[in-house]
Design a protein around this ligand. Structure first.
Ligand SMILES: Cc1cc2nc3c(=O)[nH]c(=O)nc-3n(C[C@H](O)[C@H](O)[C@H](O)COP(=O)(O)OP(=O)(O)OC[C@H]3O[C@@H](n4cnc5c(N)ncnc54)[C@H](O)[C@@H]3O)c2cc1C
Length: 384
């Protein structure tokens, strides 16, 4: 049987130094009124001004080659910047997806012209990406995707519907997974290709879908014979099944996978005060111990990415455990505060609690469902 392997990795001194810089920067932006961390906890922020400032600091594309506007720093340095921005609820919506996964995809599979044009714009905080994988009849089973890209002169015509596309209403580009030929009898994964799609192309219609909290984060995207140039195909035609899975290691392993509701945890600690009762102490102790373990695991996965490994199983474990932790948090927070001193100022806590309760159901679905992740983990461990 295979085993799960997490390298023992600690954050190096340069990452700790960068953490101090990132924290100071974020505090400065809050003080200057660029964003309100309490509002952004419940309304994930999208701020072109903030993203441009982050780009100017050199914190987008941290690990990418300098030749494309990157900074050739480590995944562990990227980890601390992500963590600092996340716990401060910083408005990273414009650049986050591009920085985390679309840029690395382009680096690996796009041609030189696209890399030289698009990657520097991402690193300057000027370019927003969305991910077009899910469709009305294919979600977990990506290889059933059926939006067609049919060859035409100079490129392809794309026709069909993608759904749940986060940030499509802001995006400059999508990395879309489209069917370029039929599956073969011996390989049902064959026949899909990833493309870079300019979201301003004629024929694209983006419509909002409200989430459980009534917010507009994801969308339906309809393609009506949208022209995509031939050189916008990423990697080999029909071979996306070899590429889409490596993107998922980037998508699943970061601190955002267990810090999305950290605002509630900090408020919980605040309202319990400096002398909580024994239940409060035990509850906070447990949550901190679990969070510490999750951080160590996520840091380890990022260290493994740095070492050039593809920790897909380990990244899936982080995402799954992070989901479980975050989904338990609102329930524990409610129980631990049931008998608070009535004089406690808990208005903000109650707002955060209500919001977290509403959004945590999505965590088992976004970025790969819990059942599917556990299937990947079981396969990685040789159990199925
Ligand atoms: C907040 C949010 C943001 C999202 N953003 C994006 C985005 O930007 N781009 C994008 O492309 N998609 C996005 N998605 C879509 C998401 O990736 C899909 O919803 C997800 O992959 C599940 O697909 P589905 O909804 O079709 O459910 P299905 O795949 O139909 O699954 C339904 C149920 O069946 C279970 N199931 C399915 N297959 C198996 C299996 N083999 N073994 C065991 N159980 C199984 C699932 O776990 C689930 O419980 C987003 C989703 C959410 C909630």
């Amino acid at each position: 049987m295979s085993s799960l392997h997490l390298d023992q990795i600690r954050l190096p001194a340069e990452a700790q130094r960068l953490r101090a810089e990132a924290r100071e920067f974020v505090q400065g932006e809050i003080a200057a009124g660029t964003f309100d961390p309490h509002r952004c906890a419940m309304h994930p922020g999208f701020s072109p001004a903030f993203s441009r400032k982050v780009g100017a600091r050199g914190w987008i594309g941290l690990t990418w080659p300098k030749q494309y506007g990157g900074h050739e720093r480590t995944f562990l340095e990227r980890y601390v910047v992500t963590e600092e921005f996340r716990v401060a609820n910083a408005p990273v919506g414009l650049h986050f997806t591009a920085d985390r996964q679309s840029g690395p995809m382009l680096l690996k599979y796009a041609n030189e012209r696209i890399k030289s044009d698009v990657l520097p714009r991402i690193t300057r905080g000027e370019c927003c990406f969305c991910i077009g994988m899910s469709e009305p009849d294919s979600g977990s089973d990506l290889f059933a995707a059926n939006v067609r890209a049919t060859a035409c002169e100079g490129g392809f015509k794309v026709r069909g519907t993608k759904v749940w596309t986060t940030g499509a209403h802001h995006a400059d580009y999508m990395i879309g997974l489209f069917r370029t030929s039929a599956p073969t009898p011996d390989n049902r994964r064959h026949g899909l290709t990833q493309f870079l799609v300019d979201m301003k192309s004629p024929g694209i219609a983006v419509s909002p879908i409200a989430n459980l909290a009534g917010q507009h984060e994801f969308n339906e995207v309809v393609f009506d014979d949208v022209f995509v140039p031939r050189d916008h195909a990423l990697g080999d035609l029909d071979m996306a099944w070899k590429q889409a899975t490596s993107e998922l290691a980037f998508e699943r392993s970061g601190p955002e996978r267990f810090l999305e509701t950290s605002y509630l945890f900090f408020e919980l600690v605040r309202v319990l005060g400096t002398q909580p009762d024994v239940r409060g102490l035990e509850g906070i102790g447990r949550l901190v111990a679990q969070l510490h373990t999750l951080r160590r695991m996520s840091i380890s996965v990022n260290g493994m990415l740095q070492a050039g490994k593809e920790p897909i199983v380990e990244g899936s474990v982080v995402k799954d455990l992070g989901t479980v932790w975050q989904q338990q948090l609102p329930h524990l927070a409610r129980d631990l505060t049931a008998f608070l001193d009535p004089a406690t100022d808990r208005q903000r806590f109650d707002e955060f609690l209500a919001h977290a309760m509403t959004i945590v159901p999505k965590l088992t679905i976004q970025g790969g469902t819990t059942e599917v992740l556990r299937g990947i983990i079981a396969r990685g461990l040789g159990l199925r």
